[in-house]
Design a protein around this ligand. Structure first.
Ligand SMILES: [Zn+2]
Length: 309
């Protein structure tokens, strides 16, 4: 038998290596595997409530903005309201309770809004109306639009009859709910409510807002609506006149037009071209006069149209 004698140094090296391997093994064996988290138990299905779901709370008054002469106010009437009135005048009420009211340029300092319920009881709110501030404006034009007083009176009656008949229409359109836009971006040259003096003769206040523009400038619908008057034959004062019903008693009138693109009965969408600016009727130069009424109240388009100008 042959014995292979390892040199001493080799034997030591082998023992050290064996010991190191043991250490490695030991170290490996002491590593405890991380426990795998158990999956969360599936949520048990919620039992169907055995009690009936409560009715939503009764809707209270919601009145959107501060009130002032010449402005509109949007609101929602309390749940169960079947009729609404402002100062005794009926206010149209939408199925969802929404309404729009307005305060005339000469409205009193407060008005009463009344909701009537099916059982006859009423709920009233007194609305404070802040005063408007009105200018005085001198106009270098004849009060009667350049025709004799007798001729003016003769022509005026049928014109007013057409305007009143147009305003008496009640179309089922929702333009009144929209944020109104400006029909043109022309510079504002006349504001609502100012006391006008025609060559020294005081007249009624200015009923709208005037925007400068050259003849032929296109103007657009400030909100959806129906054309209720499109006078291609110019009126004495208004010239070529276009009127739009936005629903709920709110309407717009555009005066002094040179051309109209739409006809009576036509539905128009917000932003749709309606016609062109001109100087027909009683006008000192081409401009667009935009006036608005809600029921019997004359209101200021600047308090409605956005952006504020
Ligand atoms: Zn005007």
């Amino acid at each position: 038998m042959r014995v292979i004698a390892l040199p001493r140094s080799a034997t030591v090296t082998a023992r050290v290596l064996a010991g190191f391997a043991t250490l490695l093994l030991t170290t490996t064996c002491t590593v405890v595997p991380r426990p795998v988290p158990e999956p969360a138990p599936a949520a048990a299905p919620r039992p169907t409530p055995s009690i009936p779901i409560a009715q939503p709370p009764a809707r209270a008054w919601s009145i959107a903005s501060a009130s002032e002469q010449g402005a509109i106010v949007r609101g929602v009437a309390p749940s169960g309201t079947v009729a609404l009135s402002l100062g005794g005048d009926a206010v149209p009420l939408a199925a969802d309770g929404a309404f729009i009211i307005a305060f005339d340029r000469d409205a009193p300092s407060s008005e009463t809004l009344t909701a009537t319920f099916a059982d006859g009881h009423v709920d009233s709110r007194t609305i404070a109306v802040a005063p408007g501030r009105w200018d005085i404006q001198n106009i270098d034009a004849s009060l009667t639009g350049g025709v004799s007083s007798a001729e003016f009176q003769r022509r005026r009656a049928p014109e007013l009859a057409r305007i009143n008949a147009a305003r008496a229409q009640a179309n089922d359109v929702d333009g009144w709910r929209q944020d109104f836009i400006w029909p043109t971006d022309g510079r504002i040259t006349g504001v609502f409510g100012s006391q006008r003096i025609y060559r020294g003769t005081p007249a009624s206040y200015h009923s709208g807002v005037d925007m400068a523009g050259t003849t032929g400038t296109v103007f657009r619908a400030p909100a959806d609506g129906v054309v209720i008057l499109a006078a291609d034959d110019p009126f004495t004062l208004e010239g070529r006149l276009l009127m739009i019903d936005h629903g709920h008693g709110l309407n717009s009138a555009f005066l002094h037009c040179s051309k109209l693109y739409v006809t009576e009965g036509q539905h128009v969408r917000q932003g749709q071209p309606l016609g062109e600016i001109g100087s027909t009727g009683r006008a000192t130069g081409p401009h667009l006069h935009w006036s608005m009424k809600l029921g019997s109240a004359r209101i200021d388009p600047r308090k409605l149209a956005r952006p504020a100008r």
